[in-house]
Write a protein that binds this ligand. Structure first.
Ligand SMILES: [Cu+2]
Length: 471
């Protein structure tokens, strides 16, 4: 096992320092709320407009070459004024954001500090089977494992989370997840907003006990928490400049589908998704649907706002206020929203066969519950195939494939169309009741064992998953 030091901008050994200011500020706010007879958790659960808001936490950035990563219980301040018990990577909730360039090599020394087995799956990353976090490769409590893989794919937002057999839902719900951003030259040429103007937003929901500690109860229809969190922050606020912002959005919830909109009706400008930049011009949309595991790359233009204006990122389906943008500074920043096609993507074509996958009930694919030791099908390396996902009910089923990205070519039934943010490359696609979704896929990188599964994590844990072997 390679020994290496964590590179978390020099603060890995003090994981709670970045929360100190938040803690002091919210402690004072909490005192005021309590004197008014209103508990902060109850107030936040309503997502009410008068909720005291906490500064949005931004996870530290870490380079994947020679990194050290641990999973362990931690006590973190989520902004409610007291510490919550969670599971955390390197003490952070969410975990540190890996940032790599296409061509880098990841060498991540992982130590399991949990009381249960775990693995790490690098969701969206094209990695060898030995680094993919397959449930067969469980890492025992106290043991270590070196995740090593070349970063050989286009710019995009991916993420990492546990993938142990039947325990993924619990470990993710209790806090284990982080972002993994890849940059490349095609993206850099667009001069997209960067630095303080590029902000990861990890959306999820959570439940807390009366002491404010995170709790998890598996439910076959999917875990739905009562409280929204963005970047592990309760009732968050982000102070923004009068500039264009790039938000890298991940749905890190176990089961909840977010329907996103801005409170002022302003559009999101979609530039990318799971697999990176779209091959179209930016798409302006008022509402976006994002299911567990999916990502969005969006621009929001605050240039015409005045200082002290406020805009809320909302979830229309839950009726939640997710994140308040508070315009704090008038600035003039160079840069425009790109006008033309954002990238070039070669369309997959001429599939040699069609495989059909029926997501049945809450625990089966094509009638079978997952068996870790059964290989359900084999796929030749380099062969273009059509995979058809359908369901008899119990959706939403966000379908996720390991080992390759795919292109969504059609959706019939249900919503009946491919949405603007589903173009280009995807690795997770939402299947609602009555829908049939066709994708084209070609495994090009590695032979070996991978899985496909429903990314509603309770369905995955109950067996809605299949092993396949790239041969
Ligand atoms: Cu499902």
């Amino acid at each position: 096992m390679k020994q290496s030091s964590g590179k978390t901008c020099g603060i890995a050994d003090k994981p709670f320092d970045n929360n100190r200011r938040t803690f002091m500020r919210t402690t004072a706010l909490t005192a005021g709320l309590l004197s008014a007879g209103i508990a902060p958790f109850a107030l936040a659960a309503k997502g009410g407009s008068q909720t005291a808001r906490n500064p949005l936490r931004i996870p530290p950035t870490i380079a994947p070459g020679g990194a050290a990563l641990s999973a362990a219980p931690a006590r973190v301040n989520i902004g409610g004024g007291k510490l919550s018990s969670v599971l955390a990577y390197n003490g952070f909730f969410p975990g540190p954001t890996f940032r790599a360039n296409n061509g880098d090599v990841a060498d991540i020394a992982f130590t399991n500090g949990l009381s249960a087995e775990t693995t790490i799956h690098w969701h969206g990353m094209i990695v060898p089977p030995a680094a993919d976090g397959h449930p067969m490769d469980a890492i025992k409590p106290g043991a270590s494992y070196a995740y090593q893989f070349p970063v050989e794919q286009r710019a995009c937002l991916n993420w990492y989370h546990p993938h142990p057999h039947m325990k993924t839902g619990e470990q993710v719900a209790l806090g284990l997840a982080g972002a993994f951003i890849i940059n490349d030259a095609e993206e850099a040429a667009l001069n997209l907003p960067s630095g303080l103007y590029e902000v990861p937003l990890i959306l999820r929901d959570a439940n807390f006990d009366s002491s404010g500690n995170m709790t998890y109860t598996a439910k076959s229809s999917g875990f739905l928490g009562k409280t929204p969190l963005v970047n592990g922050t309760l009732s968050p606020q982000l102070e923004v400049d009068t500039a264009i912002y790039r938000f890298r959005v991940l749905n890190g919830a176990n089961a909840r589908v977010f329907r996103l909109a801005l409170s002022n009706g302003a559009p999101f400008i979609v530039i990318g998704n799971d697999g990176g930049l779209l091959d179209t011009a930016p798409a302006s949309v008022a509402e976006l649907e994002l299911s567990p595991g999916e990502r969005l790359d969006i621009l929001v233009d605050f240039r015409n706002f005045a200082v002290n204006d406020k805009v809320m990122l909302r979830c229309l389906s839950a009726g939640w206020d997710l994140l308040e943008f508070a315009v704090a500074r008038a600035v003039t920043v160079a840069g425009e929203i790109p006008a033309g096609a954002l990238s070039t993507i070669t369309a997959l074509a001429d599939p040699v066969l069609t495989r059909e996958f029926s997501f049945d009930g809450m625990s089966r694919i094509n009638g079978l519950v997952y068996d870790m030791n059964r290989i359900d099908f084999q796929v030749p390396l380099g062969q273009t195939e059509r995979w058809r996902f359908k369901t008899g009910g119990n959706a939403p089923h966000p379908v996720h494939v390991h080992g390759a990205s795919f292109q969504v070519v059609s959706r019939t039934g249900g919503r009946g169309l491919v949405l603007p943010w589903e173009r280009g490359w995807k690795d997770t696609v939402l299947l609602l009741d009555g829908e049939t979704v066709d994708v084209l896929i070609r495994f090009e990188a590695y032979r070996g064992l991978y899985v496909m599964h429903c990314h509603k994590l309770e369905h995955e844990d109950m067996g809605m998953m299949a092993n396949f072997e790239v041969i």
